[in-house]
Design a protein around this ligand. Structure first.
Ligand code: AGP
Length: 614
């Protein structure tokens, strides 16, 4: 949700900043802009729409050479996505240029005060007032760092701010509260970015910043303080992926590339999870065996796709550990006065580690003395930093706005957590845990098999270009898969799509079924329970009313054949692990259908990759 870049060094700042914005564009693409410090003035350019519009503007009207600059790619909150509301915003005298990610909650008061003092504000944004406030401070004689510290003390809400001062050409100053910001550490140059993708082609050494910090970068130095000027330490780390991970690698979309990366991502997430003795080990987890034995309830909080991963986790955790699990949307969690105590384990699932709803939910949980475990893909992000324990998912950077490998690796982490708790609590025998681990370790190969059949799914997708509505059915762990399949289609194909628990259909939604309505059915594996047969009953009910069924069913399932208008085969895996293979054709279906409809798959309208506002 908004991408932010800052640079000081010997290179052309415009090039470094625009390149950084290209890598952050997945965070928002309502507008883009840059501001450079040159010859004692701020030179800026900003354009509504995608970064390409800004690049065209810069090609037509190049900015002067400069080694100091900031940039922004916007996901609009305050004010329409037009040129005027685009960042950077400048102070009254064009001395300070500033970009912002987040929401300043007391902006109306601050704006009224500025206007009463004669300031003319050009935009509808909350950001422009901060540019004016910082400029007032530097005009009073303090440096940009002190100015930023003072202004942060009066701001409420969530923000990452990055600013330059026309009269202090070798300094970029940034601040963060509840919004992401990392420093890239170079040789004779330094960088700022909403995430490391912004500067990964220049350096893989980064500095993680704590909450409520102000950071000043110059060519040769990085200084971090709190909002009152007291020095604080950042945490240095080395990024374990490189530029190639942030490129499309011959694919038309990042999303498609990331779908095809899933065998590797799942394998990486499983790597090193077993000790030499064969016991499950979760090194980074930081919860003692006693703390785990103490857990008598699990509450999973997450949003969107991560929430569906949480729904799958409920089946796994309850089955293997017999601990009751609740799954809750993070945006709803703290408003329902949840019952929490020290023996409740709150599991926050977040690909980005920055989702504001989830962050606020874990903060609430911690005030109630619950332990919080984060399942996260982004090293150094806020949610794992504020949690008691973490399991990283090792999917590598996910750039497509629609989550794919993020989801599958979250599932892996959830299974690992469930099995680990079962191991510690002794609710499952070691050989059973071992058997599930072997089944999990076979999953990357199974995903390869599904991907090898991509063309069949693409053909099915292209057949549905004229479709206005698609339903998804599942049961048990296949139900969240149906919800996830529907979300993918909504997000990138802009189609009405809904997922249902197959047994629930007859209680109302079946009224939606009409002649020719496509319904994708996630068919559970045949087993001792009645799931498979009950699913077939549900499929019969919709076929009887004219629906066209596309069934995802395991190899060798001949019973399903008479009920499938189209059949996509899945490798044979246990029902609890089936989401790891059944989700993949649904991702391929959505990606191909959206492509055939001519949509921008990686940057769907109205969305942003990480949602850092509540
Ligand atoms: C998934 O395709 C979405 N773009 C979205 O639902 C996402 O999963 C949600 O916003 C949660 O994000 P997080 O995992 O980064 O917290």
């Amino acid at each position: 949700m908004c991408g932010i870049v800052g640079y000081v060094g010997p290179q052309q700042a415009q090039d470094v900043v625009v390149e950084g914005l290209r890598r952050l564009e997945y965070r928002g693409y309502d507008s883009a802009g840059v501001a450079l410090v040159s010859g004692g003035a701020i030179a800026d350019a900003k354009k509504a729409g995608k970064l390409a519009n800004l690049e065209k503007e810069l090609a037509d009207r190049p900015l002067p050479a400069s080694g100091t600059g900031i940039g922004h790619t916007r996901w609009a909150t305050h004010g329409a996505p037009n040129d005027v509301n685009a960042h950077p915003h400048l102070g009254h005298d064009r001395r300070v240029g500033l970009v912002h990610n987040g929401i300043i909650e007391n902006f109306a008061d601050l704006r009224a005060r500025l206007e009463a003092d004669g300031h003319v504000l050009l935009s509808e944004t909350d950001t422009e007032i901060v540019a004016h406030l910082v400029e007032l401070q530097v005009a009073s004689g303090v440096d940009l760092t002190t100015a930023m510290q003072r202004v942060c003390q009066v701001l409420e809400g969530a923000f990452t701010l990055v600013a330059v001062d026309a009269e202090d050409p070798d300094r970029v100053v940034a601040a963060r509260r509840n919004s992401p910001l990392v420093v890239g550490l170079g040789e004779g140059e330094n960088f700022l970015g909403s995430d490391v993708a912004a500067f990964i082609e220049h350096t893989r050494d980064a500095l993680e910043l704590g909450q409520d910090t102000v950071v000043t970068i110059t060519r040769d130095g990085v200084e971090v303080t709190d909002f009152h000027g007291a020095p604080v330490e950042g945490t240095r780390y080395h990024v374990d992926w490189d530029l190639s991970a942030a490129e499309k690698d011959g694919h038309d979309w990042f999303m498609r590339k990331e779908i095809f990366e899933q065998p590797r991502a799942v394998a990486d997430s499983l790597l090193g999870r077993r000790s030499q003795a064969g016991l499950l080990q979760l090194d980074e987890m930081r919860l003692s065996d006693d703390e785990i034995r103490d857990i008598d309830k699990v509450i999973i909080i997450a949003a969107g796709t991560s929430f569906y991963a949480g729904m799958v986790a409920k089946y796994a955790i309850e089955h293997w550990t017999r601990i009751p699990v609740e799954v809750e949307l993070s945006s709803e969690f703290r408003y329902r006065d949840p019952i929490l105590d020290h023996s409740t384990l709150v599991v926050a699932i977040s690909q980005s580690g920055e989702t504001a709803d989830t962050l606020q939910a874990i903060r609430h949980a911690r005030t109630q003395r619950s332990r919080v475990l984060a399942i996260c893909n982004t090293n150094g992000s806020t949610i794992p930093r504020e949690s008691d324990a973490v399991i990283y998912t090792h999917a590598g950077p996910e750039i497509g706005v629609a989550s794919t490998k993020g989801f599958l690796t979250q599932l892996v982490a959830c299974y690992l957590l469930a099995l680990y708790v079962a191991q510690v609590k002794g609710t499952r025998y070691g050989d059973e845990i071992d058997e599930v681990m072997r089944q999990l370790e076979a999953i990357p190969g199974h995903i390869e098999t599904v991907l090898a059949g991509a063309e069949q799914v693409y053909d099915l997708a292209r057949e549905h270009v004229g479709t206005r509505s698609v339903l998804f059915l599942g049961r048990h762990a296949g139900y969240p898969v149906a919800l996830e399949g529907a979300l993918k289609l909504k997000e990138i194909a802009y189609l009405h799509a809904e997922g249902f628990a197959a047994g629930e259909l007859k209680h109302g939604p079946i009224a939606l079924v009409e002649e020719g309505l496509p319904i994708l059915c996630v068919v559970p594996p045949r087993g001792r329970d009645q799931l498979h047969e009950k699913m077939i009953s549900g499929i019969q009910e919709v076929r009887a009313r004219g629906a066209r069924t596309i069934c995802l069913a395991e190899e060798g399932d001949t019973r399903i054949e008479p009920y499938a208008d189209a059949l996509v085969r899945l490798p044979r895996v246990p029902v609890l692990l089936q989401p790891l293979v059944a989700t993949v054709p649904l991702q391929l279906f959505a990606c191909e259908l959206a492509t055939a409809l001519g949509h921008d798959v990686d940057q769907p309208r109205n969305l942003a990759k990480s949602v850092t506002v509540e």
